[in-house]
Design a binder for this molecule. Structure first.
Ligand SMILES: Nc1ncnc2c1ncn2[C@@H]1O[C@H](COP(=O)(O)OP(=O)(O)OP(=O)(O)O)[C@@H](O)[C@H]1O
Ligand SMILES: [Mg+2]
Length: 282
């Protein structure tokens, strides 16, 4: 029996979830969750702390069995075809899986070797470049900033080009620049045809990235649609004249400036920045 490569299974939605239920003892976390994710799209699952987002991701990546309901990922049933599902996905968890003793490049080579890919060195170099980590590639990952670590973590989960990727709170704890870099990387993934399911508590992250947004609340998806569809749930805003003040994020990004690749890679010891020089180019 031969199973076609995961990337060739292109019929139907990339993720199909039907009637998913899960309790931890008395606590009914999922009470009938339904949604679909189209191939090559970015789907954001929103919810407060404890809403059950990670529980959904764990079930879809076969780490956890649901009590009821069914889910298919890349056409494979998570209960009956766990191995095929695992070949089709990658999971970047809420907490980074990077080995701090190894360099960024060594982490990537290790994952490529574990996945039996040809030419692990070339794969590692390509991913370092895509995630603006080339300059820091040979440094121990323990010396990376949170954003660099997170980008390396996502890069590691992309080795082997899985068709479906789960990102559980990909930008939790990152500064605004690092978040934008991660967003850019996620957009490029989807443009390349990868299906992305991400969980987040940041509403602006979902606004920025997602083709569809679903809100998980009290164990069910209470809203699921495009941003435009979600906006229609509320009455149109009254027209008001307000002085538009820059947001703190605008100010932060302007003052800090576009730190180039060199800055971010090797910036650990680059010291303080000259605000005048940085902002004069804007
Ligand atoms: N192994 C477990 N045993 C008992 N309760 C659990 C377990 N895992 C999760 N829970 C509980 O289930 C609920 C949902 O947890 P989950 O991690 O899925 O939420 P989440 O939406 O990912 O939250 P966060 O935004 O904080 O990451 C929480 O109340 C959590 O405490
Ligand atoms: Mg979680």
């Amino acid at each position: 029996m031969s199973i076609p490569p995961a990337t060739n299974r292109v019929q139907g939605p990339a993720i199909h979830v039907q009637g998913l239920e899960k309790s931890y003892k008395e606590l009914r976390v999922l009470r009938g969750v339904n949604f679909e994710v189209a191939r090559g799209s970015i789907f954001a699952l929103l919810g407060s702390n404890g809403a059950g987002k990670t529980t959904v991701v764990k079930i879809l990546s076969t780490l956890l069995k649901p009590d009821a309901g069914a889910a298919r990922v890349n056409g494979f049933d998570v209960a009956a075809q766990g191995a095929e599902v695992r070949e089709s996905i990658s999971l970047t968890g809420q907490f980074a899986a990077v080995d701090g003793i190894l360099s960024g490049r060594e982490n990537l080579v290790l994952v490529a070797r574990l996945r039996h890919l040809k030419d692990p060195g070339a794969i590692a170099d390509d991913l370092l470049r895509r995630f603006s980590l080339t300059g820091a590639g040979t440094r121990r990952a323990a010396t990376y900033s949170g954003g660099m670590r997170r980008r390396l973590d996502i890069a590691m989960s992309l080795t082997g080009n899985p068709p479906v990727i789960f990102l559980d709170e990909p930008t939790a704890g990152l500064d605004p620049e690092a978040r934008i870099e991660v967003w850019q990387a996620v957009r490029e993934l989807a443009e390349g045809g990868t299906t992305v399911l991400l969980t987040t508590q940041y509403l602006d992250e979902a606004e920025q990235l997602a083709d569809r947004i679903a809100i998980l609340h009290h164990g069910r998806i209470i809203v699921n649609g495009t941003l435009a569809e979600l906006r229609q749930l509320l009455p149109p805003a009254r027209i008001e004249y307000v002085e538009k003040q820059p947001s703190l994020e605008d100010i932060f990004l302007t003052v800090v400036g576009d730190a180039g690749e060199d800055d971010r890679d090797g910036g650990a010891d680059s010291g303080s920045q000259d605000l005048k020089t940085k902002s004069s180019g804007k």
